[in-house]
Design a protein around this ligand. Structure first.
Ligand code: ADP
Length: 262
């Protein structure tokens, strides 16, 4: 009975969200959180009502990316209020619940899965056009729980870097989504080349194009190549959002065009 009540609560929360975008990656460090944060802000700048949910139990980085470290969301007996970032973007992160951002997250598997479930069930988003989810990396139990619980209306955005090793991870991620019946909204190749600011020439620092050819091979959409931009690193470190502060930069233009296809 209690389980049924919880399932009903989860479904009624999720039913009020038109579209869920799960940002996934084969491994950490490819720019998954950066892409998730910029997509969420990009959608909010287009006027949509957007939620950004950070479920990366290994290292929640969304609070820092959005200058929201130290925020404590309001908690009630059976719901939590997300933290407002603007009048139409709300944020919730496991990082808000940790005592300090220095603390390594050493919860055991079942605890992590319980937290993911509790977040999806208890965060009171209200009506949203989009929920952007920063998913734990890989294809293990945690991302599996995320996809299962989000249910219908979910699309996966898979972030990769261009090197061949990363591309093998994407292949696994695409198969994983297929096994979970989650449609792949597309693959993003991040840190794909460098656009010289003085001459506008595109330099491929790593090999590139791996994500694009894999997308073709696996018959999923390719959303674009986001170049390396030192300003993205700075924005992440300092907590401002790149698509908002550098809307005309090559990387921001790619992120905006991605939003048209998801
Ligand atoms: P993940 O969530 O996959 O672990 P992050 O989003 O935390 O990765 O990004 C890892 C690091 O790479 C951060 O310092 C971030 O600022 C940087 N980064 C991400 N994308 C780019 C890019 N296109 N150009 C330059 N730096 C980037």
């Amino acid at each position: 009975k209690e389980k049924q009540d919880k399932d009903a609560k989860l479904r009624s929360r999720m039913d009020r969200i038109s579209k869920k975008l799960v940002v996934m990656s084969g491994k950490g460090g490819v720019g998954k959180s950066t892409v998730a944060a910029n997509m969420a802000v990009g959608l909010s700048l287009q006027g949509y009502r957007v939620g950004l949910l950070d479920l990366d139990v290994h290292g929640p980085s969304i609070p820092r990316l959005l200058s929201l470290t130290g925020e404590k969301p309001h908690m009630d007996k059976d719901f939590m209020e997300p933290v407002p970032w603007s009048r139409n973007l709300w944020v919730m992160s496991l990082g808000f619940l940790l005592p300090s951002n220095q603390d390594a997250v050493i919860w055991r598997g079942p605890v992590k899965m319980g937290l993911i479930r509790q977040f999806l069930q208890d965060v009171a988003w209200g009506e949203l056009d989009y929920l952007v989810v920063d998913c734990p990396p890989g294809t293990g139990d945690e991302p599996m729980t995320v996809l299962q619980l989000l249910g219908e209306g979910t699309g996966a955005v898979i972030v990769t870097t261009p090197q061949a090793v990363a591309v093998d991870d994407v292949r696994r991620s695409v198969s994983f989504c297929r096994d979970m019946d989650t449609p792949v909204a597309g693959i993003v190749e991040n840190m794909s080349g460098y656009v010289c600011h003085s001459c506008n020439e595109h330099l491929d620092i790593f090999t590139s194009g791996g994500g694009e050819s894999l997308a073709r091979e696996m018959n999923v959409p390719f959303l674009g190549r986001i170049p390396i931009d030192p300003e993205i690193v700075r924005s992440g470190d300092e907590g401002y959002i790149y698509v908002k502060t550098h809307p005309q930069s090559p990387a921001a233009l790619i992120i905006s065009s991605m939003l048209e296809s998801v």
